[in-house]
Design a protein around this ligand. Structure first.
Ligand SMILES: Cc1cc2nc3c(=O)[nH]c(=O)nc-3n(C[C@H](O)[C@H](O)[C@H](O)COP(=O)(O)OP(=O)(O)OC[C@H]3O[C@@H](n4cnc5c(N)ncnc54)[C@H](O)[C@@H]3O)c2cc1C
Length: 477
């Protein structure tokens, strides 16, 4: 097995799309599962941590770390079969997989708008996409997973799971079901992050429990090599609307009604982002916009009257609108740069029940005024995911990030929301998982110990209580 450590490669792999930078020791590009077993042997022998990596588009520093980086995207990118049951290697990039799946009449409803991420990264972050309202997160489509454990053994949830893991997870399942924390865990919002403890309640077959615990585990439990999933049949959107609102209450009412009517896509763009879009999508006096899609022709004309303005987007203009949505973040980052500020990620992963959107936004707006800080907002609001990015000077006041994070966390807690959602905890947000519930966090530690007792896989991810500013590099925003 070859390892590389040229300065250029070490620099490239010291970063993802988060605010962090950590120089690894070695980079490797495995071709086979045997190679991965050899990497784990080498790592154990030399006491090096191992960090798996897909496309490196993650926003939480979850694919960077000291030790060995395994880049799956270079050779682990075979599409084995596409159909009702699709099987692929974990490093296939979405820009290759999406068209291949669509050519066969299926779709990837929960892959991010970012095309350079890999399916293994999607599974490990439990990614969501523009149609998650109907199809759920990536988790919902997964059938089985295969990969290599930190100790070099194979785990394949369609056939072989080491007996000790089955036994310990079954015991943990019994224990958690009797624990008071069970009620809390079951009530967390759909996209709440950290290990997916809900899997311990939702699935009966132990193989399914283990599959869905691994989904979203951000490379801390298994070096994923193959994924089996069921993509839904491709459905064109019958109608797509761009709506503007003069206040959050009217947005909330319209959103509630449209969700009841079967909207499959409800994307939110705050005023700060709308203003950076092409003029034809922007509306003066609007506090925010929604992009709303329906798969079936649905009469929503009465509901739409409550919006400040409504545009039905014709088929040929839709790719441009989706592109604008995908470019929201880079455009906001450019704006921050022009203002001599940063737009750090780190505390940008709020998740709550969609019904609480307006109340939460009112509190955030009051907070912005009180603190004199501008916070940009956008996200998959139909499933309660809202990315909040403050414009701050990270060189002068890096500690502002955690202060704002803690204040937003307090607001969210009033509504049973969490600060660890769509992009998971990564290097930056474990602290907020611990703050949310010590008991829940302890169960997550137990799971890590069952899969990886020597803490080799991504040791600082999910269980990192360092200050949020440690290892920051002010490279963006
Ligand atoms: C502009 C922009 C837009 C985005 N939009 C969305 C969006 O709409 N929805 C969304 O969910 N996210 C979005 N993201 C975040 C990011 O694209 C997702 O988190 C994506 O799923 C990460 O995939 P990746 O291949 O880049 O993973 P990486 O960043 O490489 O890794 C992410 C995690 O997965 C682990 N991992 C990767 N491969 C493996 C493997 N083979 N085995 C074990 N662990 C592995 C890594 O260790 C890490 O913990 C966006 C990011 C950007 C920059």
């Amino acid at each position: 097995m070859k390892f590389y450590s040229t300065p250029k490669l070490l620099r490239k792999y010291s970063q993802d799309r988060s605010i962090y930078s950590i120089k690894p020791s070695l980079i490797t590009f495995p071709r086979t599962e045997k190679d991965i077993v050899a990497i784990t042997e080498y790592a154990r022998k030399h006491r090096l941590p191992v960090t798996p990596r897909g496309g490196g588009t993650g926003l939480s520093g979850a694919c960077i770390g000291k030790g060995i980086i395994i880049d799956f995207s270079k050779h682990f990118n075979r599409i084995v079969k596409i159909g009702e049951v699709t099987r692929v290697q974990s490093g296939v990039l979405i820009k290759e997989l999406r068209p291949a799946v669509e050519r066969k009449g299926f779709m990837l409803p929960s892959s991010p708008l970012h095309e350079y991420c890999a399916i293994g990264g999607n599974v490990n972050t439990r990614s969501v996409g523009p149609r998650t309202v109907k199809y759920g997160s990536t988790d919902k489509q997964i059938k089985s997973l295969r990969g290599i454990l930190a100790d070099g053994r194979i785990l394949d949830t369609s056939k072989i799971i080491p007996k000790d893991i089955v036994k310990k997870i079954s015991l943990l399942q019994k224990q958690i079901k009797k624990d008071k924390i069970a009620d809390y865990i079951k009530k967390r919002p759909a996209l709440a992050g950290g290990y997916n403890l809900k899997a311990l309640f939702e699935y009966k077959r132990i193989n399914d429990v283990i599959t869905h615990l691994i989904v979203g585990s951000t490379g801390t439990l298994l070096l994923l090599t193959e994924i089996e999933f069921s993509p839904p049949r491709f459905k064109k959107l019958a109608d797509l609307y761009l709506l503007h609102f003069k206040d959050f209450n009217s947005l909330q009412k319209v959103m509630n009604s449209l969700l009841k009517k079967g909207a499959v896509s409800v994307e939110y763009v705050g005023k700060e982002s709308l203003e950076l879009w092409n003029e034809r999508y922007h509306k003066k006096d609007a506090v925010a916009g929604l992009i709303v899609g329906f798969e079936k022709k649905t009469d929503v004309s009465e509901i739409l009257k409550k919006a400040l303005s409504t545009k039905k987007v014709p088929l040929n203009k839709r790719p441009h609108l989706w592109k604008s949505r995908a470019l929201t973040l880079p455009k906001l980052e450019d704006k921050a740069k022009k203002l001599g500020l940063h737009l750090p990620s780190g505390i940008d992963d709020t998740t709550f029940y969609p019904k609480d959107f307006a109340d939460i936004m009112h509190e955030i707006k009051k907070y912005e005024k009180r603190k004199g800080v501008m916070i940009a907002s956008f996200g998959h609001i139909g499933i309660g995911s809202l990315h909040l990015r403050p414009f701050i000077d990270m060189k002068k006041n890096p500690e502002e990030l955690d202060k704002i994070g803690r204040d937003i966390f307090k607001i969210l807690r009033k509504y049973n929301g969490t600060l660890v959602g769509e992009h998971n905890s990564g290097l930056c947000r474990s602290r907020y998982l611990a703050m949310e519930s010590k008991k829940m966090y302890e169960y997550m530690r137990k799971i890590k110990k069952i899969f990886d007792p020597d803490n080799i896989l991504n040791p600082k991810v999910v269980f990192n209580l360092d200050p949020i500013t440690k290892n920051i590099e002010y490279k963006k925003g």
